[in-house]
Design a protein around this ligand. Structure first.
Ligand code: ADP
Ligand code: F6P
Length: 323
């Protein structure tokens, strides 16, 4: 029988996502309720290497549930991809008495957690990224807030696009993933969608659609492009040149990463953060929390990283029909 864990750490890593604060709060308060000490690690794996670590109390996570960003800060830490950095990270955990660690982040952050688990630190990952691109889970903390932000911005662009009878390209975030784009397109009634996972139509077909839509009496054309495709300004210039219709491109960018988390993000953050601590108290390690078919479950990190996510063809079909 191994000794029960007494001290855990928590960090946020990779791109921030609305709801990360709610997840930190859930980790800290669940741990304290179970009689554990909790150490907050600032700036992701960077803080682990530099020892930017402090003991957290209940009040440290007061008044953060409604805030975007992460009160522990986040960073990308290239050194942690190397074995030397990982060994130093595990040693630093020992210096601070950290036996278990909750890592809130995306796939990249999970790879770091898997290495630490191999070095004897019990690790549990919580999926936090606006991109919804983690294969093992149906939900990642931050996605709903980001989509709502994008939808709100697209509504506003639609107003001015209609007034000027323009074609508007809106580029939304998603480095390699088109989920924000797909959800934004359906929920804002966009005419066209361009995502990295699947070529839905050629440039010629897109231009033909725009012209046909004008003949049908549409006063605007909304085209949602995922960041992974990019080149929105070039596409706008091409559409304007070929169709003669004034075309503008807007890149929404980092505004999609901020803002107060929606109820959905806060709920998943609360449930996942709390479950992460529960698993650590059960002596589990090298696990990722996932929301699958309406249940909170956990997977082995390696197993989770090998899963492949496919874009929902039914949603794409509906997007096309409704456009
Ligand atoms: P995300 O977690 O959102 O996918 P990144 O891919 O940028 O974001 O990863 C965040 C951090 O996780 C990296 O800066 C690095 O510190 C760590 N990381 C990423 N890949 C690995 C890896 N293969 N091995 C160890 N650590 C990694
Ligand atoms: O992973 C989340 C994300 O917002 C991606 O959609 C985007 O490509 C990337 O992070 C941007 O990262 P950075 O904050 O380094 O600009």
């Amino acid at each position: 029988m191994t000794e029960p864990i007494k001290t855990i750490g928590v960090l946020t890593s990779g791109g921030d996502a609305p709801g990360m604060n709610a997840a930190i709060r859930a980790v800290v308060r669940t741990a304290l309720a179970k009689g554990l000490r909790v150490m907050g690690i600032r700036k992701g794996y960077n803080g682990l290497l530099t020892g930017d670590i402090y003991e957290m109390e209940r009040k440290d996570v007061s008044d953060i549930i409604q805030r975007g960003g992460t009160m522990l800060y986040t960073a990308r830490c290239p050194e942690f991809k190397e074995e030397e950095g990982q060994v130093r990270g595990a040693q630093m955990c020992k210096v601070f008495g950290i036996e278990g660690l909750v890592v809130i982040g995306g796939d990249g952050s999970f790879k770091g957690a898997e290495k630490l688990a191999g070095l004897g630190i019990n690790t549990i990952c919580v999926p936090g990224t606006i991109d919804l691109d983690i294969a093992c889970t149906d939900y990642t903390i931050g996605f709903d807030t980001a989509v709502n932000t994008a939808m709100d911005a697209i509504n506003k662009i639609r107003d001015t696009s209609t007034s000027h009878e323009r074609c508007s390209i809106v580029e939304v975030m998603g480095r390699d993933a088109g989920y924000i784009a797909l959800w934004s397109a359906i929920t804002s009634g966009a005419e066209e969608l361009i995502i990295p996972e699947k070529e839905l139509l050629s440039e010629e077909d897109l231009i033909r659609d725009i012209i046909q839509n004008r003949h049908k009496g549409k006063r605007h054309n909304l085209i949602i492009v995922a960041e992974g495709i990019g080149k929105s300004a070039e596409l706008a210039a091409k559409i304007e040149e070929v169709t003669g219709i004034e075309t503008r491109a807007t890149i929404l960018g980092h505004l999609q990463r901020g803002g107060s988390p929606t109820a959905l993000d806060r709920m998943h953050a609360a449930m996942m953060g709390s479950l992460a601590v529960q698993l650590l108290t059960e002596g589990k390690t090298n696990r990722v929390i996932a929301y699958k078919n309406g249940q909170y479950v956990d997977y082995d990190i390696n197993e989770a990283l090998q899963m492949k996510k496919t874009i929902d063809n039914k949603m794409i079909e509906v997007c096309t029909i409704l456009a």
